[in-house]
Design a protein around this ligand. Structure first.
Ligand code: SF4
Length: 93
């Protein structure tokens, strides 16, 4: 797990920018994040959390969506992550 300060630093140095550009290029439509996505891998995102008590659904960066079981993650350009997922940017929501 990383701290919120580390997360903000991570974002500010532009590690996640390429995905934002890609999101804009397809009209900003949220897509399901694949574990194989470079930005997801940078955050060590997995669709099923192995960390007890921590998952996307209880992360402060998660917002529910119309897609059952999936929600928007602000660390991944508001693309959709699995509510049972997890990454190193998890922060208590
Ligand atoms: S930042 Fe939170 S909502 Fe986004 S992938 Fe990581 S744990 Fe899930």
């Amino acid at each position: 797990m990383i701290s919120r300060r580390q997360l903000l630093s991570f974002i500010s140095v532009g590690v996640l920018v390429p995905n934002a550009v890609r999101a804009m290029s397809h009209g900003g439509t949220a897509v399901k994040v694949e574990e194989s996505d470079a930005n997801a891998q940078a955050l060590k995102y997995v669709e099923v959390s192995e960390v007890k008590g921590q998952n996307c659904a209880n992360c402060v960066l998660y917002r529910s969506s119309d897609e059952d079981g999936w929600g928007a993650c602000s660390a991944l350009q508001n693309n959709l992550v699995a509510e049972k997922g997890w990454c190193i940017a998890w922060a208590k929501g």
